[in-house]
Design a protein around this ligand. Structure first.
Ligand SMILES: [Zn+2]
Length: 487
């Protein structure tokens, strides 16, 4: 059958023909010149030259890589309306802006706007499952708006319910919170999962206990920013452990400044860490911890945290995580006067973390995370015939981790439905997202005032003291670095 652009394609089987297939099954089987057949919501078959039903839609995957949809286990989608605003922030500036000063201005429609744009952005980048770590839910109306947006986008989501304006013991105790879970989450299956999202401060009174008890009562996982320099530390982990609230479904976000004892507690209780390397590298939570997590055999998934600072695609996450891990391994060796001759962390590992790492962390591994018959069809085709970067492909894991980018995402299926095809989103109203984001930005600018708006985006630059250099004798004062130092 020839390719068509009609909207009725969702009911037809789909076959990807002739691609390099990264199955990401347990053996990490890679198939060259192979097909992936999708019927209904599920993957029907993976292999060479598959026989397919007569009405099947054929997608030419030759020259491309077919892989499972990627899984982001920690993304504050509501912040997407502030895209890039905090590009030069530290974590301190982020906390001041969102937690103390401006976060409280966000209305339900502003949560909706950020979520809508961020959810679309994820699908465009081949991220088929996103944990919406939604800690701006000041009221249940905000939470309804968050889910309204997620339901308007044909992706797979997990709502991490949180509220930075209140203690988790407060918001989780409210009857309307439980009512919300019943009303909006129950019965949605693997298209809309649920977590509780809150942090543990280390207060010896452990006020978070009540929220953990609600999570246990509802039988839902908890995700928590752990090991964040200056915010959460080993005390929080110890309190969770001593009180029996560390479980295999617990996700520890960042976990970048923890002691070996805390890592041992995480490993022993079977939880996983969501690593946001771009975030940890520039915000200051701590060094991206994969080099340590490997030593403790702690499972890893990847995440992008927030588009208020960083990119929202997992290509960036894979690339920066691979680089940060290797960088640290070299650095540690050099401190011992040793040379690393063989890289421990491979491109294959970060592709695994971006797919299976996520499906396992979310308890969805029987449904998604790999291209295997019977699994839900979350499929990404990376292919770009107009790009000089698509050939040759020798190491397909290396290609995904270090060569590819979101513009190379050709086709995306979620739950068997085509949501992007030929580099274009399908059945998604980007204009509507633009409209609501503009309204949110106009509102926030008015609420903050022009001066505060500009100041928030442009924090002061600390003075840099340039060291004395005994070799400096030429005046080349026109160079950019030199003129900066003379200020
Ligand atoms: Zn976060």
């Amino acid at each position: 059958m020839s390719e068509t652009t009609t909207s009725d394609t969702s009911d037809r089987p789909v076959v990807f023909r002739g691609g390099t297939v990264l199955t990401m099954d347990d053996r990490h089987t890679v198939l060259r010149d192979a097909d992936v057949l999708v019927i209904g919501e599920r993957i029907e078959a993976v292999g060479p030259q598959l026989d397919v039903p007569a009405e099947t839609l054929e997608i030419d995957a030759r020259g491309g890589i077919v892989m499972p949809g990627m899984i982001d286990t920690h993304r504050h989608l509501w912040q997407t309306a502030m895209r890039g605003y905090g590009a030069d922030w530290t974590l301190t500036q982020y906390f001041v802006w969102y937690y103390l000063e401006s976060g409280k201005f966000f209305r339900p429609e502003d949560i909706y706007a950020g979520n809508l744009l961020g959810a679309i952005e994820a699908l465009d980048a081949g991220v088929t499952t996103t944990v919406d770590w939604s800690h701006g839910l000041q009221t249940v109306d905000h939470a309804d708006a968050a889910v309204d947006a997620l339901e308007a986008v044909p992706g797979r989501f997990v709502l991490g319910y949180g509220n930075i304006q209140q203690g988790p013991w407060d918001w989780s105790a409210k009857p309307e919170f439980r009512d919300f879970v019943t009303r909006r989450i129950d019965g949605r299956g693997d298209m809309l999962g649920f977590q509780m999202a809150f942090d543990v401060t280390g207060d010896p009174e452990f006020p978070e206990r009540a929220a953990f008890e609600v999570a246990r009562d509802l039988d839902v996982p908890v995700s928590t920013h752990a090991g964040v320099w200056g915010a959460t530390n080993d005390d929080g982990i110890r309190l969770m452990h001593e009180n029996g609230f560390m479980t295999p479904s617990t996700i520890y976000v960042h976990a970048a400044t923890l002691s070996p004892d805390s890592y041992n507690r995480i490993a022993a209780t079977g939880g996983s860490v969501s690593v946001s390397t771009e975030s940890e590298q520039s915000a200051g939570q701590g060094y991206p911890p994969t080099w340590r997590l490997r030593q403790h055999d702690i499972p890893v998934s990847l995440s992008m945290d927030t588009s208020a600072w960083w990119s929202g695609d997992l290509f960036s996450a894979m690339r920066t995580t691979l680089g940060a891990d290797r960088s640290r391994e070299h650095l540690e060796a050099h401190a011992r006067q040793e040379t690393i001759t063989h890289c421990t962390l491979r491109a294959e590992n970060v592709v695994d973390w971006a797919t299976r790492g996520g499906s396992k962390a979310l308890g969805l591994d029987s449904a998604i995370g790999s291209l295997e018959p019977g699994k839900k069809a979350d499929v990404v085709l990376i292919k770009n015939d107009r790009s000089p970067v698509m050939f040759p492909i020798f190491n397909p894991y290396g290609h995904v981790a270090l060569q590819a980018q979101r513009g190379d995402v050709h086709t995306v299926l979620v739950n068997g439905r085509i949501v992007k095809r030929d580099h274009r989103l399908v059945g998604i109203d980007l204009d509507r997202a633009r409209q609501v984001v503009e309204q949110t930005v106009d509102y926030l600018k008015a609420e903050l005032g022009e001066e505060a708006w500009e100041k928030g985006m442009n924090p002061d630059v600390p003075q840099v003291e340039v060291l004395d250099n005994p070799y400096t004798y030429t005046d080349y004062g026109t160079s950019a670095t030199h003129s900066n130092s003379a200020e």
